[in-house]
Design a protein. Sequence first.
Length: 292
Amino acid sequence: MREGGKRQGVSDADDPGFIHLREVVLMGDDMGQDFLGSLRALLIDLDGVMYRGDAPLAGALDAVPILDTLGIQHAFVTNNATQTPEQFQVKLAGMGVPVEARDVVTSSEATALYVRRVAGPGARLCIVGEDGLRQVMLQAGFVIDDEDAAVVVVGLDRHLTYQRLVAACQAIQRGARFVATNADRALPVEEGWWPGAGAIVAAIATTTGVQPTVIGKPEPTLLTVALERLGADLQHSAIVGDQVQADIRAGRAAGIGTILVASDPVGPDEPMPDLVVRDLADLLDRLRTARG
Ligand SMILES: [Mg+2]
């Protein structure tokens, strides 16, 4: 259930339908060189690829300088709508990874772009979400107005009250569009799972009978916005992520290459990534080899 990833209560060893990662890695070895050699842009997932919690993962500290040396453009993409790109910049800098805020594309920003397209600049919004989402929407020129909202924007809100759910449901019943930053069902925490944005979205969808437009992974919009910002073409771009259900599906939907960091097993009905690597450090080694 992690961001729509691993099946709860099923380990890969218990389920014969799971393809074991070691085999997939070996398949990737045969096919990977041309694919890696052709890459000009990488979209890199943050949680599970660059860091877990507050700890950087293997390769995270070297990624930016190595990609720069290889002439590979990059952007960091995250479904997390609770923080601004500037806050992610500070978090990464604290781990010794210097990035520009502009290099981080969150589902909030992709949501702002989408809302501007469908409802126009300056549209009135009812927002269920945390400060990061509110700030991005206000900076984008939208106006918060629960009573007269044209769009209800829903993201993860760890201070959610029943009254916020009421406001969102009423606005939708008055005809507002329903847009979700992401539909991650659960948040992985040390002691298990907390309700994710998807759980809040489900409460509103259940009440109103209206399904939202979802912006974040596994939908392609977040990746499309990041690619547009880089000016990258689909043919020479790929996403690096740790979750088949979110990252690999989104990459497929966006029409770019897909690279799985092997923490999530690939199930029988799930899309196979173009390449599976052990971690980001492994990918950087392979990119250097492929570039000679
Ligand atoms: Mg991830």
